[in-house]
Ligand binder design. Sequence first.
Ligand SMILES: NC(=O)c1ccc[n+]([C@@H]2O[C@H](COP(=O)([O-])OP(=O)(O)OC[C@H]3O[C@@H](n4cnc5c(N)ncnc54)[C@H](OP(=O)(O)O)[C@@H]3O)[C@@H](O)[C@H]2O)c1
Length: 329
Amino acid sequence: MKKLNWGILATGKIAETVAKSMKFMESDKENNMELLAVASRSADKAEDFAKRHGIKRAYSSYEELVSDPDIDVVYIATPMSCHFENTKLCLNSGKHVLCEKSVTLNSDEFKELMALAKEKGLFLMEAMWTKCQPTFRKAKEWVESGKVGKIKMIKADFSNAVPFDKNDRLFIKELGGGAILDLGVYPITFVSAFLGTHPEEIHTYSHIGRTDVDFDNSIILKYKDSYGITFCGFDFEDENKAIIVGDKGRIVMGNWFHCTAETTLYDDMGNVIDKQVMPFKFNGYEYEIEEVNKCIRAGKPESDIIPHSDTLDIMKIMETCLKQTGVEY
Ligand SMILES: NC(=O)c1ccc[n+]([C@@H]2O[C@H](COP(=O)([O-])OP(=O)(O)OC[C@H]3O[C@@H](n4cnc5c(N)ncnc54)[C@H](OP(=O)(O)O)[C@@H]3O)[C@@H](O)[C@H]2O)c1
């Protein structure tokens, strides 16, 4: 099995967390991977990041990273507005890509990336880490084996209390800030994973904040026989629970986003039928990295868990939501 060499593009908050996960993966020889390089727009930041994480190569530009012939796959951890150009840069340089969510600012950009990845014969996946986690896979298994019957409603929320900071990308429109692209993508993905990516109706109710991006949103996805009800926002902490309600029972995932993780299956009388506690092997990001390694080794152009078509359809749903909020990038 060929060793896979990873590079990280950008040195922000999530790059820190995922670098730790990659180093954890690297420490298990069975994974046969190495986090070999990191790139930043600043030489100091790249060197500091490399030193802290024990990464051998530090580059002071993204271009240098993708010119390294030893790098097989790049993890992109820049703000949303940069993903399109960064992913093109990597694919055009022959690198497989794992790109942070939301993968682009609109569906046209993602379509272009899908076509480019196909043309180059390279793997491309949005880093929708929650779909790779064991509790999510367990809920999927319960639903697919009919344990909750026909789904009538799904509720999924994701909100955090984030103090306003005009320099934080979350609040900067030019960087793709706003709650739908940053947080809403998770509950929308959750609902779509069970009810499909083509709701009949989409209704978005938002509060637009002082920097002209959406600070919170209530989004209803109406399907033929069911509803997906979601909330996302920077305004307050929530329990971030997800509930899947069917005509034979329900599944409750406590803090499904940062779940270390618990999922419970109830029958239609409210009795607990099964309860699974599935702690992460490390910090939760190891599962998406595992998925990328597995797909690249199998020569697959995309993941079955996070296929391009789902990512594209979810981008289209978010486009509609953003249109309804009046936010234009
Ligand atoms: N999966 C998750 O759980 C999770 C959690 C948080 C965020 N995310 C996603 O990860 C991405 C990055 O989020 P983050 O919170 O890590 O952001 P962040 O802390 O602001 O870091 C972004 C990094 O991107 C680079 N960058 C390149 N062009 C930039 C520009 N014009 N302005 C600012 N930074 C620029 C910078 O690295 P250099 O200066 O080193 O080049 C910066 O440190 C977003 O897409 C976000 O949605 C995912």
